[in-house]
Design a binder for this molecule. Sequence first.
Ligand SMILES: [Zn+2]
Length: 489
Amino acid sequence: MTTKPYDLLIRNARVVRPLQSAVIDADIAIKGGKIARVAPGIAPDSAAEVVDAGGKLAFPGLVDPHMHTGIYSPLDEDAVSESRAAAQGGVTSSLNYFRSGQYYLNKGGPYAQFFPEVLDISRGRFHVDYAYHLAPMDSKQIAEIPMLIEKYGVTSFKIYMFYGGYGLHGASSHQHEFLMIDKDEKYDIAHFEFVMRGIKDAIGRFPEKKDAISLSLHCETAEIMAAYTKLVQQEGKLTGLRAYSAARPPHSEGLAIVIASYLAHETECPNINLLHMTSRKAVDAALKMAEAFPHVNFRREVTIGHLVLDYDVETQVKAKVNPPIRSREDVEYLWETLLAGKLDWVCSDHACCRHEMKFDGEKPDEIFKAKSGFGGTEYLLAALHTEGTRRGLSLNRMAELTSWNAARRFGLPSKGDLAEGYDADVVLFDPKAKFTIRAAESESTQGYTPFEGIELTGKVVDTYLRGHRILADGKVVGSPTGQYMHRPY
Ligand SMILES: [Zn+2]
């Protein structure tokens, strides 16, 4: 028996690479979980297994840099079901925001004790490769940043700017209980400054990892939201998503972005990710800050939900999320800036929030009583393809926005491209297939979706994770083989 040079050959693909100006007709040869060669006419007898892509597009496996696996359901369940949804959407790297406090593991304490438990629960349960971003919630956790980088390969961190004076779902006066921090700790602007100083110091300590280390911020202002929520509720004129958007107005995002950016400048914290921009005011503030502080290396994120839904969508309360779904004018402005190359990646902000958790038992239509967040990783590529093609977004740019850019930022140098030496994470995508979004057909256990009924053009057919097929003809196959990505990975 002779051993063949390649384990797998994917023939007749139209290969979509980032940073290119066209799609190339080529075959992809894979060996030992890595891409060994991408070229036309690779001999079929050179591989142990040969797959004919039949002219489908081959995208690099998606890097979904913003998910919340384990936020509302136990992590052991969510890791399985929501990573199946990821595989269904062509996502092969799932990066999850996680923290101590209420929801998630529902406990406080140092990450030295907390995070090993997260890793234990995660092991063997993810169908795609996975990593975690962590939020330092108190001064003790700030001191753990170097340990998290060195020991656990956690190189990205988060600040939830509005948590100091506002809960996850609305006004709250019990922040210490919610965040599970000591009474003498404050989750406020000064804390954010010290998180930034902690990260800047860590970069000084690990200069070889400096490009992989970054800080993400959820930018909304608690005081503005508290005041406007009261106004909107007193006036009682608006309902549903329009009320929620008015209660957390776009300038609340813009102001938080300005504060975050100035603090980054003051602390010389270099790598700042401004998460999920939803509005013209947010984007304009972020672009002005990039001009004002050119030495800060900003990234600007947008979610697929904010690119597809506006606040008049039929599904209403199901689409409650922070920051809120906005007006159609805001949605089109996000597209305008995305097409102009001013936004860096598109994520799902996937937070599986099942029906019984999401809606108030007595008043399910009441927007202020519902919980925030919903899933969508399974529609990320198909929805971006549908809406993007219509507006002139190239396939190559879609690959940049769904894999390359986030992989560079978050310390995943082996992810994000279809080229020799990269992990063999490959998505076969049929750009002509049409389907209508039905929650019932999703692998997620959420059970409903704010995207219900939307017709998409383009479908993920097969997903390969490091050379192994994890999605075959739209169905998840095999047991979970996702690996923890200790970064830089
Ligand atoms: Zn999020």
